[in-house]
Design a protein around this ligand. Structure first.
Ligand SMILES: C[C@H](O)[C@H](O)[C@H]1CNC2=NC(N)=NC(=O)C2=N1
Length: 85
């Protein structure tokens, strides 16, 4: 079996998923970030499992179809890192 992909900077593997928690200035900033990620995710047909609480966004990336991590999760994590800046 292939090795599990390595977590990109800022991410850690938790329960077999790429995990990251981000904090923004306020809800507007957090939701603006989510909107940008959502557009990328839809384009790639690869979507985050995530939640938002006011200024915090908690993200888990996993490939449901594979029931585990794939390069698609790493690619989305890297796109998210670019959006975060
Ligand atoms: C039908 C559709 O292409 C699939 O269900 C896609 C949609 N987005 C997805 N997102 C994630 N994270 N994992 C998937 O397996 C997945 N599958």
């Amino acid at each position: 079996m292939a090795d599990a992909p390595t977590a990109p900077a800022g991410w850690e593997v938790v329960d077999g998923k790429l995990h990251r928690e981000l904090t923004f200035a306020d809800f507007t900033e957090a939701f603006a970030f989510m909107t940008r990620v959502a557009l990328k995710a839809e384009k790639a047909d690869h979507h985050p499992d995530w939640s938002n609480s006011w200024n915090t966004v908690t993200i888990d990336l996993v490939t449901h179809d594979a029931d585990g991590l794939t390069d698609n999760d790493v690619a989305l994590a890297e796109e998210i890192n670019q959006i975060v800046g």
